[in-house]
Write a protein that binds this ligand. Structure first.
Ligand SMILES: [Zn+2]
Length: 261
């Protein structure tokens, strides 16, 4: 059966002399893997369309087992992501995270929408670090983590002072601070920010300008949750960490960052 599906290339692996095996996340059929015959040859009509991050419409022959990618039409080749080191690094992180947390054949409009919005935002030169962070927060439920952020995770109170608890994975009100020795005290602004990162769609927050310290705080929280609760190691993360600790590689963004939220 031949299907025409809209999707984004997550991964592309050389296979044999001239083929590629591609992993796509499609709007209609979720994640799937397909053989792209001849795609390794530069002259192949499949060469460009099978590049990672490409958003396109794909003609896929589905049989038993792995499908075959017959044809593809680019919708957006994500040129900026491909040409900018920082954009590539964060887009790789987003794509790897989504790939690792999903299974072949699982279909989710929500995940497709998140992937689509995040890559387009990075490609349109929104702050890629912020976009990747939004994705990390929003993928928590897919990883099986449902942080309690609308009330105190212990007593359900919605009024009072709040702290973040890794033990409860969510907020604790001041009446319940004693149940976790390692709470992180947060300001009302930080509380709102955490809710925003978790719940507000990227197309509404992608253009927020975040201070470096804000991003570091949000990153520390979400990465601790992933490390302690999900336990996946992403290859693209060590590259990102190197990039972030070598700011001279990324001169152009540093100035605008301290100007506020
Ligand atoms: Zn409480």
């Amino acid at each position: 059966m031949l299907n025409k599906w809209e999707g984004i290339i997550l991964r592309s692996m050389p296979y044999g002399e001239s083929n590629k095996i591609v992993t796509l996340y499609t709007r209609e059929a979720g994640k799937l893997t397909a053989m792209a015959r001849g795609a390794k040859k530069p002259a192949s009509r499949l060469a460009a369309i099978t590049q990672p991050f490409t958003h396109g419409s794909f003609l896929i022959q589905k049989g038993r087992g792995m499908g075959t990618l017959e044809q593809g039409e680019p919708i957006d080749s994500m040129r900026h992501i491909r040409e900018d080191l920082e954009a590539t690094a964060y887009a790789s992180y987003v794509v790897e995270l989504i790939d690792r947390l999903t299974e072949d054949g699982e279909r989710s409009e929500g995940i497709y929408g998140l992937l689509h919005e995040a890559l387009h935002a990075i490609n349109e030169q929104y702050d890629p670090e912020a976009i990747a962070l939004f994705v990390e927060w929003k993928m928590l439920p897919v990883a099986g983590i449902h942080p309690v952020l609308h009330q105190c995770a212990n007593c359900g109170a919605t009024e009072g002072e709040f702290a973040f608890s890794f033990k409860e994975i969510g907020f604790l009100c001041h009446r319940c601070f004693h149940i976790d020795r390692y709470i992180i005290r947060i300001s009302p602004t930080q509380l709102k920010l955490i809710r925003t990162f978790y719940t507000v769609p990227i197309n509404r927050v992608g253009n927020l300008t975040l201070k470096k310290t804000t991003k570091q705080f949000m990153k520390k929280l979400v990465r601790t949750i992933y490390d302690e609760q999900v336990g996946i190691r992403l290859k693209s993360r060590s590259f990102l960490d190197q990039l972030e600790s070598t700011p001279e590689l990324l001169p152009r963004r540093e100035k605008t960052e301290e100007q506020g939220e």
